[in-house]
Design a protein around this ligand. Structure first.
Ligand SMILES: [Zn+2]
Length: 302
């Protein structure tokens, strides 16, 4: 039976990318809902497969899907720059209050938010990362799924889900839980990749052929390697707005950018310069015209 769409409940979908991902020999397609156009993984990885995906290695060696040279745990400064940009916007809407980061990983964002004057809490599914956050930054981090943290109703002023919504099995249920724990007029920040829905994705697929022999770059473009289905959903900006609107959230603003892949920016030679230029131009267009080529941050109000 076909998987039901998490946004509109339709079971009418078509294959968007056949065998997009694999875990060992198990293959996973990306399918597209014919009704609302939401793109998602089919079938869903089972619990054993998910455990394999989110081992300690995910944080130590995943290196942001191959775009960064350092592992996540050694790369605090890089991530802090993005977090500062988000906190500047959050400050416009809420100057202080209770701040929750769902999927807080090593706690870099929470550590920074505390310096900006918020009372911070975290939820993190990785035992390894949550222990790191507690030890290194003395943060209050719940290790497990959001639903199991059992926060009180209307508890938080700000909830952040950065690079999380595309990973959860049931985004609709997940957002309902956020709605329950967020105060009326509370702010929800969703940081999410948008590239599969963008024309940019087609360009990347074209370029990737040029780099088949360069191991680092091939890894970034996910050529000839194991590709686990970390992203269970590929939201377009429109799909994200639709889902949040259905749940009663109001969109405040969105910001787009194209992060620079370090594996390409650290290299010399004409071929790399060409690709670097491509990223610089895309990022400029994304930032000035707010075009969602690759990645966006959306701010909502409950
Ligand atoms: Zn749908």
């Amino acid at each position: 039976m076909k998987r039901k769409c998490n946004l509109c409940n339709s079971t009418m979908n078509i294959v968007f990318e056949k065998d997009m991902y694999n875990i060992g020999k198990a293959k996973f397609n990306l399918v597209k809902c014919l009704n609302c156009k939401l793109i998602f993984v089919d079938p869903l990885p089972n619990s054993t497969q998910r455990k394999e995906m989110y081992s300690k290695d995910y944080f130590e060696t995943n290196k942001l899907s191959g775009t960064r040279e350092k592992g996540y745990m050694e790369d605090q400064e890089y991530y802090e720059q993005d977090f500062k940009n988000i906190l500047r916007i959050v400050k416009k809407y809420k100057r202080n209050g209770r701040f929750l980061d769902i999927g807080c990983a090593a706690g870099y964002f929470l550590n920074l938010a505390r310096k900006y004057g918020y009372q911070v809490h975290g939820v993190e599914i990785s035992k390894f990362a949550s222990e790191f956050a507690r030890k290194k930054f003395k943060l209050d981090v719940f290790n497990g799924e959001l639903e199991n943290a059992k926060f009180k109703d209307n508890f938080f002023d700000i909830v952040v889900a950065a690079n999380v919504l595309e990973h959860v099995e049931d985004p609709n249920k997940f957002l309902l839980e956020i709605k329950r724990i967020l105060k009326p007029n509370g702010i929800l920040v969703i940081d999410i990749p948008t590239y599969v829905n963008s024309p940019y994705y087609k360009i990347v697929k074209l370029i990737s052929g040029m780099f088949k022999k360069d191991k680092d770059v091939a890894k970034m473009f996910k050529v000839n390697q194991e590709k686990m289905p970390y992203h269970l959903y590929e939201f377009s900006p429109r799909n994200l707005k639709m889902m949040l609107k259905k749940l009663g959230f109001k969109l405040l603003e969105t910001k787009a950018d194209v992060p620079y892949p370090e594996v390409i920016f650290s290299k010399k030679g004409f071929k790399y310069r060409l690709i670097q230029l491509h990223f610089i131009i895309l990022n400029m267009l994304a930032r000035t015209l707010n075009i969602k080529f690759n990645h966006m941050v959306a701010y909502f109000k409950k």
